[in-house]
Ligand binder design. Structure first.
Ligand code: BES
Ligand code: MN
Ligand code: MN
Length: 462
């Protein structure tokens, strides 16, 4: 282990420069304008993987962006770790709120990152975290101390729903055969309090369209007599929650897993300061389902949120118009035992039911994904726990996260492999927001911790 750690220390600066190069390529998977860049990013990752010592490195074609694959098999009898990550990033907008260019990485010190953080889109989610695995692998290879077999599967469509990864896994079960999936695409509590993610929420994402009159109308001539689809949509959205912030869709909570009192108690013992949370977000109060704490609302409880809403005139100045159409994008975060397909259907039925006869409504489902929970009594959890305890000097706390990585449930279903979610980001790293960043402390801590995971996992598997 000392040799690996020494190699990491000696190569720290280069490791950072390489990540900055990776962050300069705008791999926005949602926007076709970046197609060339997304592919260039896949090639960058493949090249680095090869340089680090991986074999059979290839860009696997899919109906969308390629999946980067590479492996190093040292001994068939040893355990195999499958590393999953994504090289695509979220769109950068609203661009005007960035203090530096989203694809022009800079290092700045912040209160939470006194040692400095890299500011760029994808710095934390997930280029920075994914790249830690390549660099840890390089260090193990170059110091001739790789303890087990490893396979890399780095995709370019996570931020748009991983639609082609499921079919890829189904077609390549043999190629992807492994003992565990190792993922760094989640957060820790803070830099003094490591944690391991033991749950992810599922997702149902859809778009709604409400149509009133067959064309935009003069809001004076017709206003007051014809349904305004934006007014109606706003009312319908308001009909989604009751006064206790519970979702009113019939059957919505039917399958929600009931978490025991003991587990809830333990969950709320994790370090969390409501005052600081509010201060960080610039809010005077939090808001959510009655009888649940903020930690519970963002982990074990499902949600319904409008992600965007539009229609009518939104240009400069005023235009007096009664719009013909109104739209909204709505997401529901789901918890264990809720089925995204069923929830989408329940939403659609309810939405149609509450629509007044003065409008027509359409519901268009986007991507979805199943929730996932990972046990804390498995070998892989234990290995991650030991690895983090080694490098942080403190035993990590198991914690469920509010985010979603739909493919995790699929790995278990299709490949029959359990995942361990050993992420190193912070919730305050502004992923998906302007000024996303990733702490240098976190980047290096990740690179240092990963080889210990390999080592302990191999020892525990014996
Ligand atoms: N890495 C995130 C998910 C995440 C973030 C999990 C923080 C835990 C903590 C991932 O890239 C992501 O953003 N997922 C999307 C879902 C996807 C289907 C677009 C999400 O959660 O919105
Ligand atoms: Mn991610
Ligand atoms: Mn993301």
């Amino acid at each position: 282990m000392d040799k690996v750690q020494a190699y990491i220390q000696e190569n720290k600066e280069r490791y950072l420069e390489e990540l900055m190069d990776l962050l300069r390529i705008p791999s926005v998977s949602a926007d076709p304008a970046y197609k060339k860049d997304v592919i260039a990013t896949a090639k960058f990752v493949a090249k680095e993987l090869k340089k680090a010592g991986a074999q059979k490195v290839e860009l696997c074609k899919t109906a969308g962006y390629p999946i980067v694959y590479g492996e190093k098999i040292i001994d068939k009898k040893l355990p195999t770790i499958l590393v999953y990550g994504h090289y695509d990033v979220q769109p950068a907008d609203p661009i005007e709120l960035w203090e530096s260019g989203p694809f022009d990485p800079v290092i700045k010190k912040t209160k939470t990152h006194p040692q400095g953080a890299i500011f760029a889109r994808g710095a934390c989610d997930d280029k920075g975290q994914m790249y830690m695995h390549l660099k840890a692998f390089e260090a193990m290879m170059k110091s001739k101390s790789l303890p087990c077999n490893v396979k890399f599967m780095i995709e370019g469509e996570e931020e748009v729903g991983s639609e082609n990864l499921g079919p890829f896994c189904k077609k390549n079960k043999k190629k992807l055969a492994a003992d565990v999936v190792l993922v760094s695409d989640t957060s820790i509590i803070n830099n003094r309090t490591p944690s391991i993610t033991t749950g992810l929420r599922g997702l149902s994402y859809l778009e709604v369209e409400v149509t009133g009159p067959n064309r935009d109308l003069h809001s004076g001539v017709y206003g007051g007599a014809v349904a305004n689809p934006i007014n109606i949509l706003a009312k319908m959205i308001a009909e989604m929650h009751d006064k206790n912030n519970r979702i009113k869709i019939p059957g919505f909570y039917e399958d929600v897993e009931i978490v025991t009192k003991a587990e809830r108690k333990q969950m709320n013992e994790a370090p969390f300061n409501l005052k600081n949370y509010q201060k960080d977000l610039g809010i005077k109060d939090v808001n959510g389902e009655k009888s649940y704490t903020t930690l519970e609302r963002t982990s074990i409880r499902p949600t319904l949120d409008v992600n965007g809403m539009w229609g009518g005139y939104i240009g400069d100045g005023a235009k007096t118009v009664l719009p013909s159409k109104a739209y909204a994008k709505i997401s529901m975060r789901l918890v264990p035992n809720q089925d995204p397909k069923k929830i989408t259907k329940l939403f659609t039925d309810y939405f149609k039911k509450i629509a007044p006869p003065s409008v027509k409504v359409k519901v268009m489902p986007h991507h979805g994904g199943e929730p996932a929970v990972t046990p804390t009594d498995s070998l892989e959890y234990k290995a991650a726990e030991m690895a983090m305890e080694k490098t942080f000097g403190k035993r990590p706390i198991p914690q469920r996260s509010g985010g979603s990585i739909p493919i995790i449930a699929l790995f278990e279903k299709v490949l029959g492999i359990k995942s361990v979610l050993m992420g190193f980001g912070l919730n305050s790293d502004a992923i998906h927001s302007p000024n996303e960043h990733y702490g240098l402390f976190n980047y290096y801590k990740g690179i240092e911790t990963i080889p210990y995971f390999y080592q302990y996992y191999k020892e525990l598997k014996k």
